[in-house]
Design a protein around this ligand. Structure first.
Ligand SMILES: Cc1ncc(COP(=O)(O)O)c(C=O)c1O
Length: 438
């Protein structure tokens, strides 16, 4: 006889009541990712046969962007070699050493391998940093638009201070914006190259911020207050276009004791599904990261860790891969940028920020007040998004999904899932749709 638990599960309104009764208050008010909500709508339309150019998710289509072949063959080899048991909670020694050497080679930093803590992607070290440095009610400060900070803050019941950035500053925060909040802040979370904007922080701006973080920590050391930690997410740092990647210790070595770097192979080598990321943390803080990642079971798959260690040491294979990968990403971003810039030069109410890094482009379509072909008047970003989706068959994510409220007309376009030719065709449709209403 088959036992059918399904017949006992509450459904409809009863399910809602039962869920409220089961969950904590935190879980009850937890939101799913707004980006993934939009992506799910688009996938539904694609499944129904609508031919949509999907510029929503920060992921790669392996058909267009496969992982490096030598990484793939090494994963297979390590599985065949029986490397299928638990890895150490802070990562395989081979990988931790390879990461320290890789940073020494590429960033000119001599981190001890003991500072490295490996996790299943960049998310576990980010989650761990929130958990380890922020008691409920402590203050996190970050700039918006930004990727996902609010969800981590909510999970952790963290108090949030946001500073709103503008296109003139390439959506990067300045010290002038952050300074009034530093005294109260326990964690300052920065991301460069930036998701969603595809922009990079400037060296001078980062140095000013880092100097202020050091000064604030020196002050706290005299008062016994808890320290101010800089969480620096640089998962896209190998994907920049002519920009020099800048990082806290590179511009202000004294910030080392207070800085946690977050990085991964997810974006740099198109390996979002391989789940290898890491934090580089001061050695005196590393043990708790190790313990927490171990408790979560958020370690990275052992054979993938070993293959990543091999790959990071193979500078030639990495260089060859990155050159081609970066070139293809930049071509796609340039295609979008040139389309929008051309329309802007023709006086249309659109603009785009030149691509600097990551796989995203910030575009503005200020169509509010325009009358659409069906006679309705555009009143919101959502109207613009739906117009582009249905008229141009191009799916984008409004900056609202990254915390920038208001009808700003800004959208993120992400190019990892599309071919160059599909993107060119899509941009022609976007241009036709915009010209039709302007
Ligand atoms: C800025 C940033 N950090 C971290 C992540 C998460 O990376 P992972 O897939 O390695 O967890 C993402 C993913 O989109 C991201 O955009």
């Amino acid at each position: 006889m088959t036992i059918d638990p399904n017949s006992f599960y509450p459904t409809g309104d009863a399910a809602q009541t039962a869920a409220t009764a089961a969950f904590t208050d935190m879980a009850g008010s937890m939101q799913g990712s707004r980006i993934l909500g939009i992506a799910a709508q688009v996938k539904g339309m694609i499944a129904e046969g609508v031919d949509i150019c999907n510029l929503t998710v920060g992921d790669f289509n392996p058909k267009h962007f496969p992982i490096p072949e030598s990484l793939s063959t090494r994963i297979d080899a390590h599985v065949a070699d029986g490397q299928t048991n638990y890895p150490p909670a802070d990562g395989m020694l081979e990988l931790r050493k390879a990461i320290a050497e890789f940073y020494a080679r590429e960033l000119g930093t001599a981190f001890p391998y003991q500072s490295v803590v490996v996790g299943s992607g960049a998310r576990p070290p980010i989650f761990a940093a929130y958990k380890l440095f922020l008691d409920p009610g402590d203050t996190l400060t970050y700039a918006i638009p930004s990727w996902n900070n609010e969800y981590y803050a909510h999970l952790n019941q963290t108090k949030v201070i946001t500073v709103e950035t503008a296109p003139e500053q390439r959506f990067m925060p300045t010290l002038a914006q952050l300074a009034p909040h530093l005294r109260e802040t326990r964690v300052l979370h920065l991301n460069s190259p930036l998701n969603p904007c595809g922009t990079c922080i400037e060296e001078g701006a980062l140095k000013e911020i880092c100097d202020a973080v050091v000064a604030e920590n020196k002050r706290r050391e005299t008062t016994g207050e808890k320290s101010l930690i800089l969480l620096y997410d640089m998962v896209y740092w190998l994907l920049t276009f002519g920009e020099k990647h800048v990082h806290p210790i590179g511009v202000c070595p004294e910030i080392a004791p207070y800085t946690v770097y977050v990085d991964a192979i997810s974006k740099a080598f198109a390996g979002t599904g391989l789940r290898v990321g890491w934090g580089v943390v001061p050695p005196y803080l590393q043990g708790k990261f190790k313990a927490l990642i171990g408790h979560m079971g958020a370690w990275a798959p052992r054979p993938v860790q070993l293959a990543t260690a091999d790959f990071l040491q193979d500078g030639e294979a990495m260089g060859t891969y990155l050159e081609s990968f970066r070139g293809q990403i930049q071509n796609r971003l340039d295609t979008i940028y040139n389309t929008f810039n051309g329309m802007k030069n023709d006086g249309l109410p659109v603009m785009a920020i030149p691509p600097q890094g990551a796989i995203y482009l910030s575009v503005r379509c200020n169509l509010i007040g325009k009358t659409l072909p069906d006679g309705t008047v555009v009143e919101s970003n959502e109207d613009v998004r739906l117009y582009l989706l249905h008229e141009a068959r191009v799916a984008v994510v409004p900056f609202r999904a990254f915390g920038l409220e208001g009808e700003t007309g800004w959208f993120r376009m992400s190019i990892g899932a599309v071919s160059q030719s599909d993107l060119e065709a899509a941009m022609a449709r976007v241009e036709a749709a915009i010209r039709a209403v302007c």
